[in-house]
Design a protein around this ligand. Structure first.
Ligand code: MGD
Ligand code: MGD
Ligand code: MO
Length: 748
């Protein structure tokens, strides 16, 4: 950190480094997984090993060397733990007792080992055979009066093969109700990019990171959530690429690798000539920042623009330019929380860099105007042709390791007609055309009794979703809730009238079907598809793979089906052949995954082919939204600590941010603490007075002084999900507003 800053940033070692090594050994030890775990680590991201179950950042290690990542190691440790949740465990604890435990404790009990059914009479989960379980879920699905009364949720670890079978099953059954974690994650990116450039995915590959002159890191904390991205950023910084961070919070994990001796700080009022820049806008101030950047670029005159690109490849430039020119700097400053001078300096970097990459994650996607904000980023990039050229492009950095692949495989509530036509042709079925429920709509439908059977392929729906009490109520109203899972979590305890746990293999484990080891595939954030082969002995002999489970559920539900469920569930290569027939980009699928590193799916926008009506990339235009909060309210953003994977809590430390042994903390600006008569260390409740008249309270948080703009606050999820009403979601993408929660503080 900069010596000039008044606040102490607690973590003084460079991000990653020694601290990371010590921390991962600690996690392996705690899971008693030092032997399997460390062997597993050596096999992770190797050509013949399994894909890291952590984040979706691409792995150069697949082709060549092993790349170490602390948080990847924690994800493997969590999966390779020697602890087990057995039938004796469930006999010892009633579900009501388990409900009193937190998520950290539940996941800490270890791997699930056999199928279980909830017995309401005794309030215990009891063992059930796989056959009986399929029979019961199948008959529940068949007895629905309408296939749309079923909901099929997916989390983003599910392999391509399992995801494809799962959506085929749902569509053959007759519904497009496929809400997924993406709805809460990068949905805004998909919607924005599809409208603007015709492809809902990132346009860059790792090679572009080697050629960029500037990289923007917007609303993202890679030190914790995409640690392998840091090495790309570090390499880039070393060769003189300028790195600009846009984040309300000073993320120590992002500052450190930046070699503070070169990186000059840019806190308000302390501008100095810079090589690398860290700007701290208000939470949700990004639309204003990008409007300011565009304004500043336009003010520099015509010759700074890539006129040829704009003429040939885009539409809507004049309207955008007029709208931005009319937006006064005073409004931009007020809405962004940055000064005109700061924004102009960032624009200086933008225009002096020939090739620019814009990366972003949840800091942009989980805001009210997320789609328009991402489109404003695209608008800026289009001005100088920074899309579809080496070293330049758009990079939404995905979360779950296969969340992008799941979408490619058809896990989507609004599938395209082309995809469904293809599916119908290959499988001889008639898929429903009516769009299904996304996550928010699925919760509402379950609450209203319109959806009655809830099946989850991974994830932790009850905790990851907003409006915790309402959502739990919605799940409890279901006739059946069923979860395909590796570890125990709260969702298993929020039972429908019938509830089932279907324990499955993790990605690190050997997946043997009919005596033959199977491989699966995943797609990373840069559209590389590669194989993943489990190498560890399964956590229990009763576990089944996700594709096997789907295939058996489908057979039990669709006895008349002509689809070769049994074969697909036993021989994934045969399924890959069918995927290749359905999706042209997967032609030669089985052969192409034999290549080390897999294959690239391609991206039309990266080749400047615009799959947008009119055949051109679009400058989209929205006048600046003016955000207002109730008097005295703060903009609370919810985020991840260094010791968690979404709802899976690995430990209670957030090392880079200097938090140890606890999670109920709220990061506040010292002026906001003082003006409320508080001091650091006080305990407060976070209150949100909802538009619906309901007061939502997250109790007992410790006040922590932090380098965050006045008027903003930060706390961890999922403890804060109680504060987000179901009705609070982003325009167009319906992503819950996890980063813009108006709260007041109440001293305890
Ligand atoms: N170890 C680990 N790795 C993970 C995950 C994990 O939980 N643990 N989760 C995975 C998943 S599913 C995902 S989606 C990704 C998430 O990766 P990130 O998006 O990095 O995750 P968050 O913790 O939500 O961090 C959001 C960042 O945005 C900033 N921010 C918040 N609001 C705003 C805003 O309005 N504007 C700007 N400019 N910035 C803002 C916050 O200060 C924070 O630094 O990580 C993936 N990888
Ligand atoms: N307030 C707030 N809420 C948020 C967010 C936020 O930033 N703030 N972020 C949102 C985001 S970006 C996301 S992606 C969602 C995450 O939502 P989910 O994906 O639903 O949640 P996870 O916590 O990742 O799911 C963890 C569970 O997945 C299961 N699991 C792990 N590995 C496997 C596997 O290989 N197979 C199967 N079948 N199951 C497995 C385990 O049982 C584990 O308990 O949360 C969202 N919710
Ligand atoms: Mo995510």
């Amino acid at each position: 950190m900069s010596e000039k800053s008044d606040l102490k940033i607690p973590y003084d070692y460079p991000a990653a480094g020694r601290g990371a090594l010590i921390s991962s050994a600690k996690h392996l030890l705690r899971e008693k997984a030092l032997v399997t775990g460390s062997k597993a680590l050596l096999r992770m991201n190797q050509p013949d090993g399994f894909d890291c179950p952590g984040c979706a950042w691409p792995e150069p290690g697949h082709a060549s060397h092993f790349e170490f990542c602390e948080n990847g190691a924690k994800a493997v440790a969590a999966e390779t733990t020697t602890k087990r949740v057995t039938r004796e465990f469930f006999a010892r604890h009633t579900v009501s007792e388990l409900l009193k435990k937190d998520g950290y404790w539940l996941e800490g009990q270890g791997r699930l080992t056999e199928p279980m059914a909830y017995d309401a009479a005794t309030d215990h989960y009891v063992p059930i055979s796989w056959d009986e379980l399929y029979r019961r879920i199948g008959s529940a699905l068949r007895s629905l009066s309408n296939p749309d009364e079923a909901v099929f949720y997916t989390s983003g670890r599910t392999s391509n093969e399992a995801a494809f079978l799962y959506q085929l099953f749902g569509r053959e059954f007759g519904t497009n109700n496929f809400p997924d974690c993406s709805n809460m994650c990068h949905e805004s990116s998909g919607v924005a990019l599809n409208e603007s450039v015709g492809v809902g995915k990132g346009t860059v590959t790792l090679e572009d990171f080697e050629k960029a002159d500037a990289i923007f890191v917007i609303g993202q904390n890679p030190g914790t959530n995409h640690p392998r991205m840091l090495s790309e950023l570090e390499k880039a910084a070393k060769r003189g690429c300028e790195i600009v961070v846009l984040n309300p919070l000073r993320e120590p994990g992002l500052l450190k690798f930046l070699h503070p001796q070169h990186a000059v700080d840019m806190v308000i009022g302390k501008g100095t000539p810079i090589a690398t820049m860290y700007l701290q806008p208000l939470v949700a101030g990004d639309f204003a920042v990008f409007t300011g950047l565009i304004k500043s670029v336009l003010e520099r005159g015509e010759e700074i623009l890539d006129r040829a690109f704009i003429e040939t490849h885009t539409s809507g430039f004049e309207t955008l330019a007029a709208t931005v020119r009319e937006t006064p700097w005073s409004l931009i400053e007020e809405q962004s929380g940055l000064s005109q001078a700061q924004i102009v300096m960032m624009a200086d970097i933008y225009v002096r860099s020939k090739s620019v990459i814009a990366c972003w994650a949840m800091g942009l996607t989980q805001n009210k105007h997320a789609v328009a904000t991402i489109q404003q980023v695209v608008n800026l990039m289009l001005l100088r042709g920074n899309v579809g050229r080496p070293g330049a492009g758009l990079c939404p950095v995905r979360g779950h390791s296969n969340v992008q692949g799941d979408r490619t495989m058809g896990i989507y509530e609004k599938p395209s007609a082309a995809f469904l036509d293809s599916l119908d042709r290959v499988f001889g079925i008639r898929s429903p055309r009516k769009h299904g429920y996304d996550t928010v709509e699925a919760i509402a439908a379950m609450h209203e009794g319109k959806a009655k059977v809830f099946i989850a392929m991974g994830g932790n729906f009850a905790e990851a979703t907003p409006d915790s009490a309402f959502t739990e109520d919605a799940l409890r109203r279901c006739a059946v809730t069923a979860h395909v899972s590796t570890k125990l979590n709260r969702s298993h305890l929020i039972t429908g009238r019938e509830a089932y746990i279907l324990p499955c293999l993790g990605r690190s484990e050997i997946d043997m079907r009919e005596g033959k080891p199977q491989k699966v595939t995943v797609e990373d954030s840069m559209s590389m598809v590669h194989a993943s082969v489990g190498r560890n002995a399964p956590a229990s002999p009763h576990l089944l793979s996700e594709p096997a489970i789907v295939s058996r559920l489908a057979r039990a539900t669709l006895p008349e089906s002509k689809t070769s469920w049994e074969r697909f569930g036993n021989d994934y290569a045969s399924l890959r052949d069918k995927i290749a027939e359905t999706l042209p980009a997967f032609k030669g699928f089985n052969q192409r995954i034999e290549e080390p590193g897999g294959f690239y799916l391609g991206n039309a926008a990266a080749e400047r082919r615009w799959q947008v009506e009119g055949g051109k990339a679009r400058f989209t235009v929205m006048p600046m939204p003016v955000l207002k909060l109730p008097d005295g309210a703060l903009r609370l953003m919810t985020m991840r600590s260094h010791d968690q994977y979404n709802t899976t809590i690995y430990g209670l430390d957030d090392r880079y941010r200097g938090i140890y042994g606890e999670r109920r903390v709220v990061f506040l600006n010292p002026l906001d603490i003082e003006s409320r008569g508080l001091v650091a260390g006080d305990r407060i409740d976070l209150i949100r007075n909802g538009e619906d008249g309901v007061e939502r309270v997250a109790e007992n948080f410790k006040v922590v002084e932090y380098d965050i703009p006045k008027g903003c606050a930060g706390a961890y999820f999922p403890e804060t999900n109680v504060l987000v009403p179901l009705s609070s979601f982003a325009d167009k993408s319906q992503t819950p507003l996890s980063k813009f929660i108006p709260v007041t503080l109440r001293k305890r």
